[in-house]
Design a protein around this ligand. Sequence first.
Ligand SMILES: NC(=O)c1ccc[n+]([C@@H]2O[C@H](COP(=O)([O-])OP(=O)(O)OC[C@H]3O[C@@H](n4cnc5c(N)ncnc54)[C@H](OP(=O)(O)O)[C@@H]3O)[C@@H](O)[C@H]2O)c1
Length: 230
Amino acid sequence: MTTKTVVIVGASRGIGKALVENFAKREEFEVIALSRNLEKMQADFGVLSSVKCFEFDLEKDVKNQAEKIFTSIGKVDYLINNAGFLVNKPFEEITGQELQKSYQINLFGVFETVQAIIPHLNPSSSHIVNISSMGGFQGSMKFAGLSAYSTSKAALCSFTELFAEEYKNSSIAMNCLCLGSVQTEMLEEAFPGYQAPLNPAQVSNYISDFTINAHKYMKGKIIPLSLTNP
Ligand SMILES: NC(=O)c1ccc[n+]([C@@H]2O[C@H](COP(=O)([O-])OP(=O)(O)OC[C@H]3O[C@@H](n4cnc5c(N)ncnc54)[C@H](OP(=O)(O)O)[C@@H]3O)[C@@H](O)[C@H]2O)c1
């Protein structure tokens, strides 16, 4: 059986952690788990022999860090850009630092991670999946307080379309999933007490199947994944 390699950025908690656990159950996968919190990932995933963990910070010299990691792991089939940062504050109270951090983690860091991984992608076929938000999906319901977060996620959607256009004749596919609310620490910290209709394990089932299969049918697509309407 051929082993496939999936890189998951933002793997220490929430949806990223559930994605690592989901792929680790599939025999044919090697899972590369990236986040700032190496100790937590090693504690959580240490028993999973197909998982390798690396410290990775989307706020620090991203391209250099990413190149070092990708050079050490061999060919990559799938990359899931799942890490995210959410600030929920009235527009006039959002600081320059919070705005910068939102774009650094939700867009600029993704941009540089993708630049670094291109030489390491499987030349026959690869799929990059960006995890955006319904808040960044055109025409969706918007929430007060999320101007930094949702604009950075909208930019991630736009990046997906632009990358796909530039790489349309290549073996590299990129798509984007815009998630609705999922019960994670990020959601609880931003909207205390709110109950989401889905948990990370449920969503990771969909995202992992999408990552493995969707590029056979679509490129550069921005897909809403939400039980709410609109
Ligand atoms: N939960 C929701 O309702 C919801 C809805 C729509 C979209 N989303 C999106 O789904 C993705 C996952 O969300 P979640 O709810 O699972 O979030 P979460 O619980 O806050 O987890 C975020 C992950 O991102 C990593 N991360 C944060 N800053 C990082 C940095 N500077 N460098 C590297 N990794 C970093 C964190 O790891 P470390 O802290 O260890 O670095 C963590 O593993 C995010 O992109 C989020 O925007 C979530």
